[in-house]
Design a protein around this ligand. Structure first.
Ligand SMILES: O=c1ccn([C@@H]2O[C@H](COP(=O)(O)O)[C@@H](O)[C@H]2O)c(=O)[nH]1
Length: 243
């Protein structure tokens, strides 16, 4: 699981997903099913992708009272995904309930899915965080604080931007997972993302897994785009200053 490149399948429905996956000629992928796809296709989408042999991050970012999240996680555990998540802002008690629900719902002898918590969305800037969430510490301090609460709750890691990973590694150790969206080549537009990094930066910072969406799914040649990102992430090629 570590060192994976996760493709965000942000598509409207399963026809688009199958059209996209077909291009990869049976290559085993690590894919992310998010709200757009899950709310349209439901649990069957996860099960079908699993049957095709893909690893799955079910990115539903649960955030509710502990009882509700715990019971929801119990149901998600039965879908066979590899990674699930919650919002750390839901609090330690909610995260403990999520973990307990996940453990309770994992079939006997099966591997419990990893569970991580979103710290600050990569679409949030420090200015937004301070102005809208009324958090007065730096964005890096807020992410680190949420990461510590997440670790205290017993979860496996966090979603954050690649920029905060060095600090998290130093303070919370090598085993704690860091999953980072907001990945772009330096020549690309960032769109709605605020805290972005290249695959090379992520690799050098010690990120566990990167998430790449539109740069691959909306590329003219998605397989080529995937290869370029994968090579950069694996350190096989480096972007030159002018590329
Ligand atoms: O903080 C977060 C948490 C989740 N995401 C998700 O990752 C992908 C990123 O897509 P791009 O097209 O590469 O920007 C998307 O599915 C988000 O829902 C995130 O971006 N930031």
């Amino acid at each position: 699981m570590k060192n994976s490149l996760i493709i965000a399948l942000d598509f409207p429905d399963k026809n688009d997903v199958y059209g996209f996956i077909k291009k990869f000629n049976n290559e085993q992928l690590f894919v992310k099913v998010g709200m757009e796809l899950f709310y349209k296709e439901g649990p069957a989408m996860v099960q079908e992708l699993k049957e095709m042999g893909h690893d799955i991050f079910l990115d539903l970012k649960l955030h509710d009272i502990p009882n509700t999240v715990g019971r929801a996680m119990r149901n998600l555990a039965s879908l066979g995904c590899d990674l699930v998540n919650v919002h750390a802002a839901g609090g330690k008690e909610m995260m403990v309930a999520a973990l307990e629900g996940l453990e309770a719902g994992t079939a006997l002898g099966a591997k419990r899915p990893k569970i991580i918590a979103v710290t600050q969305l990569t679409s949030t800037s420090e200015e937004q965080m301070k102005g809208e969430q009324l958090i007065s510490v730096s964005l890096e301090q807020s992410v680190l604080h949420y990461a510590k609460v997440t670790q205290d709750a017993g979860l496996d890691g966090v979603v954050c931007s690649s920029n905060e990973v060095k600090l998290i590694r130093e303070q919370l150790g090598e085993q704690f997972l860091t999953v980072t969206p907001g990945i772009r080549m330096s020549s690309e537009s960032v769109g709605d993302q605020k805290r972005v990094a290249t695959p090379e930066f992520a690799r050098n910072a010690g990120v566990s897994m990167i998430v790449v969406g539109r740069s691959i799914t909306r590329a003219e040649d998605p397989v080529l785009a995937y290869q370029l990102y994968k090579n950069a992430w694996e350190g096989k090629v480096y972007e030159t200053k002018n590329s």
